[in-house]
Design a protein. Structure first.
Length: 226
């Protein structure tokens, strides 16, 4: 009896979160070339790096959605292990360069991260294998927050890695330095909603959701007339 066709492979996605802050870090890998990116390495960085080794991935870029402390505590370890370029929006550089002080605010000892190698620019496409990650500026939670739109090259990517801009059933806090509620809501409505209801949302904390789910049910967006 013949064997039927195998299911089509899709992009490799690994998510890890550990105590005490349970912040999501991600490894995304091309199923064809095994090239990959690392997104927001925090306290879970060793598990993400180990996953990359186990799956034979070559991690080419370290991509940061923003520079709050829980999203950058693993950057130094990632840089040592990978010697890959670190990407950040320029408007969050003040947070990144004050990582030690940020940690002190939360009672954490944090080593100063290595210098940023690349600042995101409009229209930029960061390649890994047959995929691109495209940054879109989404300020509000902090000045330099970005959404990373990921998809096959020359296609309209529908996977959004949004940092702390939007969560399943919630939105990012705006009471930290550089936060602004009106700016955050504008980013959600004009940037994230524009990707369409079927776009998948991978937040910095909590479970995956979709733009449509949040548009229909997120109480913070409904209350604000989202």
């Amino acid at each position: 009896m013949g064997v039927g066709p195998t299911a089509k492979e899709t992009m490799i996605i690994e998510t890890r979160a550990v105590a005490p802050l349970f912040k999501n870090g991600f490894v995304l890998g091309c199923e064809e070339t095994r090239e990959a990116v690392l997104i927001d390495p925090g306290d879970e960085v060793e598990a993400l790096l180990a996953f990359g080794v186990e799956r034979g991935l070559a991690i080419r870029h370290i991509l940061l959605t923003h520079a709050h402390i829980d999203h950058i505590t693993g950057v130094a370890a990632a840089k040592r292990a990978l010697d890959a370029p670190i990407y950040l929006h320029r408007e969050d550089l003040f947070l990144y360069e004050n990582a030690v002080r940020q940690g002190e605010m939360f009672g954490l000892r944090v080593d100063a991260p290595p210098p940023v190698d690349v600042f995101y620019s409009p229209g930029q496409a960061i390649a890994f294998g047959t995929y691109d990650a495209r940054p879109h500026h989404t300020p509000g939670h902090c000045p330099g927050g970005v959404c990373l739109q990921v998809g096959k090259r020359h296609e309209d990517g529908k996977r959004l890695f949004v940092g702390d801009t939007l969560f399943a059933g919630s939105i990012g806090r705006t009471d930290l330095p550089g936060g602004d509620y009106a700016t955050l809501m504008h980013s959600i409505r004009t940037v994230l909603f524009a990707f369409g209801d079927d776009a998948e949302v991978y937040p910095g904390h909590g479970p995956t959701t979709t733009i449509g789910q949040e548009r229909r049910t997120n109480p913070f967006l409904l209350e604000a007339g989202g």
